[in-house]
Design a protein around this ligand. Structure first.
Ligand code: ZN
Length: 424
């Protein structure tokens, strides 16, 4: 890449070599973005901290292209084959997403539950613990280099008082109390004026790089999930209008692992790409989680996960039944109208379930998806179920790649031992 100063510049041109991404399947992607120069908008030269590079910085060129994003041939075929005659509703939960869709003729019902696989959950929990350890280490380092800015904790003060009563001197340890503040929100010394050690800066870079990598992995998984969902349920979606940041105040840890907001955002974008619809409907006027398809009120506390209707006898997973009812909502078209459940469609859907005999569809999902390692989506083994209206899909066994191999830290330690105790 050559950066020239323009026709009036006397400065030499800056010539930078660019390493284009390589690997299986990358070439078609590169060709998609690089072949048509008329669509190029701008190129930014960007540097960002990278603890693994010499000098601590990674230099990148970001090309902004004004054309459609790239899809591999497999994804293109997958999206092109998505059914167009279905209405799907997603019920967002703290730890999973439940999806039910029906076709316009009311002859088929499909359900999917998206959840994080056990291996992925373990990995994410381990990552959270590592992050917390790094944050503590950073906090200790900042306190050690800015001793005057922190006060002793209550326990430390009590210990000093005890020692003074016995005629002993104060113990000089790192103050573990709060920052010294000028007002309630303003510290005496601004954080940016703190003295930071080299180790602190290095660790902070590592922390930021890991957080970025985790976020990218989650984002890619969300896109993969959204494509899978659209391939099964089509591009027309209805979602309950809930405020996820409020939920994360109470269930932050679970939501950080399952990232339901990322999946719904990706779902909205993919649906728009296919000229579909993604409509948010009010929870107040529809009351999806406390109404049955037959119209009866079935009130449940939050911990009650099974829907049991005394009126029509429908038994099913609470979220899947709620999503099934969501597919019958008529969204408001003007400001005076309200989003309401179309009781005629809901009753017809209930009758269809009874006639075809696919009550099991709402008990256990017909199209289960699991979020696997490195953002791959795997079809999970479905629960045994009776005659349903699901179509057969090939199931992939969960990947065990990487398990059972010695970890890097373990290898390093063994090498260390071998050096200290050479055999022979
Ligand atoms: Zn009912």
């Amino acid at each position: 890449m050559v950066f020239a100063g323009g026709p009036t510049s006397h400065q030499p041109e800056m010539v930078l070599p660019v390493l284009v991404p390589t690997g299986s399947g990358r070439w078609a992607r590169l060709a998609h973005f690089l072949n048509d120069r008329d669509t190029w908008h701008k190129i930014d030269l960007v540097r960002r901290p990278d603890p693994n590079r010499a000098g601590g910085w990674r230099y990148e060129m970001h090309l902004l292209v004004l054309n459609d994003g790239y899809h591999s041939p497999r994804v293109r075929d997958q999206l092109a084959a998505a059914p167009r005659d279905r209405v799907a509703c997603v019920d967002v939960n703290v730890s999973n997403l439940s999806v039910t869709s029906r076709n316009h003729e009311l002859t088929s019902l499909e359900t999917t539950v998206v959840k994080v696989s056990e291996i992925e959950r373990e990995r994410l929990v381990r990552e959270v613990l590592q992050r917390r350890r790094r944050q503590r280490s950073l906090d200790r380092s900042r306190r050690a280099t800015n001793v005057a800015q922190y006060q002793k904790s209550k326990a430390q003060v009590r210990r000093d008082q005890r020692r003074a009563a016995h005629g002993l001197s104060e113990v000089t340890t790192l103050a573990r109390g709060a920052r010294r503040m000028r007002t309630k929100e303003k510290p005496i010394q601004a954080y940016r004026r703190d003295t930071l050690s080299k180790q602190y800066v290095h660790l902070r870079t590592i922390d930021a790089a890991r957080a970025r990598a985790t976020s990218i992995t989650k984002g890619q998984a969300a896109w993969a999930i959204s494509r899978e969902l659209i391939a099964i349920h089509g591009p027309h979606w209805i979602i309950e209008d809930c405020h996820l940041p409020t939920w994360s105040r109470s269930w932050g840890k679970a939501m950080a692992i399952s990232a339901p907001g990322m999946v719904t955002c990706a779902l909205a974008a993919t649906s728009a790409e296919l000229n579909g619809s993604f409509t948010k409907v009010s929870t107040a006027t529809t009351a999806l989680s406390s109404t049955c398809l037959c119209g009866a009120k079935v009130r449940k506390v939050l911990g009650e996960r099974v829907h049991r209707c005394a009126s029509c006898g429908l038994v099913g997973d609470r979220d899947l039944v709620s999503a099934a009812l969501g597919t019958c909502v008529t969204p408001a078209t003007t400001a005076d109208e309200h989003d309401l459940v179309d009781s005629a469609i809901a009753t017809a859907l209930r009758q269809m379930i009874a006639i075809i005999g696919c009550e099991d569809t709402l008990v256990s999902q017909t199209q289960p998806l699991e979020l696997g390692r490195h953002g791959s989506v795997q079809a999970a083994r479905p629960d045994p179920m009776g005659p349903g209206c699901s179509r057969e899909r090939p199931l992939r066994a969960p990947s065990t790649k990487g398990r059972g191999r010695p970890r890097l830290a373990k290898v390093a330690r063994l090498r260390g031992l071998a050096l200290r105790h050479p055999t022979g």
